[in-house]
Design a protein around this ligand. Structure first.
Ligand code: TRP
Length: 337
């Protein structure tokens, strides 16, 4: 561990582009905290296979895609260790040990597992899918992470990780650290349709990789207050998705926009233009960083290789302690037959 710094671990499944919801739900926290904490970011490619096992041809593209999203968002590879889950076999080993004392019923009742199963239409859950929160507990605890910045859908998984760590420490020896969740300022950003949370699969997202034209167009088409037909009609910002985004991404102007909307002195077209402008000025530095890395694929690969190497060496050390604690170290001592 870096001297005196506590450790963060967090990450994502590489299943598609990251969007504004990811940004305010957890990415912004990661960028902010990477100086203060020893920060690890896992690209959970094995976890992605729990829902996308038939579409593995996209995996490599998605792993590099999410890495670009991270780097564009301001994750600094000098400060944060970005690594690939499947390349740390010790995580899978620890998952197996944890699975010995984790109850199937507890997994079945995990609300995030349940809602994802419904979303993917899984009638009969696979063993790997049902068990992914156990693997996630291993992702976190093998690095002895203190803090896990995530969206609020991940809270049941962090709770399980805490229980597993407590159980392990109690059953064997106290070698593991109990992690804590840190949820972002806006844990569930609403999507452009105003109906559900922002999500790639619902087609209601502004991606960090969108061009300024795409952002302009998406905001132009965003749902607003349906009661407002003419510009001079008084608006209801409290039910307007565009105003919600002003609150989150344009806090400095939100109060003025709110009163101008209520009085009917700003119309939806102008209000949306101001939002799109604000979003684009936030996204512009990300586009610049993305462009630089895109032009240098070798460097991106090296960042992942170096991060994975470093993460692997931490995981190896923890597993020596874990195996010792569990007495799975048959060749380390004298034997008497
Ligand atoms: N479950 C997380 C998601 O769906 C991804 C993830 C895997 C993760 N391992 C993790 C998040 C460890 C935090 C910590 O996005």
């Amino acid at each position: 561990m870096q001297q005196g710094k506590k450790r963060i671990l967090t990450g994502d499944r590489p299943t598609g582009n990251l969007h504004l919801g990811h940004y305010v739900g957890s990415l912004a926290n990661r960028v902010k905290l990477q100086k203060e904490y020893d920060s690890f970011i896992i690209i959970a490619d094995v976890q992605a296979l729990t829902t996308h096992w038939e579409k593995d041809e996209n995996l490599s593209r998605n792993v590099y895609g999410i890495t670009l999203d991270y780097l564009a968002a301001g994750i600094d590879p000098e400060q944060s260790t970005i690594f690939i889950q499947s390349m740390i076999p010790e995580i899978h080993e620890l998952t197996m040990y944890y699975s010995m004392f984790t109850s199937v019923n507890v997994l079945r009742h995990n609300p995030t597992v349940k809602s994802e199963a419904a979303q993917h239409g899984f009638q009969d859950m696979t063993y790997g899918f049902l068990g992914y929160p156990v693997s996630q507990a291993a992702d976190i605890s093998i690095f002895k992470a203190h803090l896990v910045p995530v969206g609020d859908d991940q809270i049941p998984h962090i709770e399980l990780a805490r229980k597993i760590v407590r159980r392990f420490n109690d059953l064997y020896r106290p070698v593991l650290v109990e992690p804590e969740a840190l949820v972002g300022d806006v844990p569930r950003l609403v999507g452009l349709d105003g109906k559900a949370k922002m999500s790639k699969s619902l087609n209601n997202a502004v991606f960090l990789s969108d061009s300024s034209e795409q952002v302009d167009q998406k905001i132009r088409n965003a749902v607003t207050d349906p009661a407002r037909i003419r510009k001079t009609d008084p608006g209801h910002p409290e039910i307007c998705t565009v105003f919600e985004y002003h609150r989150v991404f344009n806090a400095g102007e939100a109060a003025e926009i709110e009163s101008d909307c209520r009085s009917g002195s700003i119309g939806c077209v102008a209000c949306k233009k101001r939002l799109a402008h604000q979003l684009n000025s936030m996204l512009e530095p990300m586009r610049e960083r993305r462009g630089k890395y895109q032009n240098n694929p070798k460097q991106v690969k090296e960042i992942l290789m170096e991060g994975t190497r470093k993460a692997h060496s931490v995981a190896r050390e923890t597993m020596v302690e874990v195996r010792q604690a569990m007495n799975i170290n048959y060749f380390d001592h004298e034997i008497h037959l």
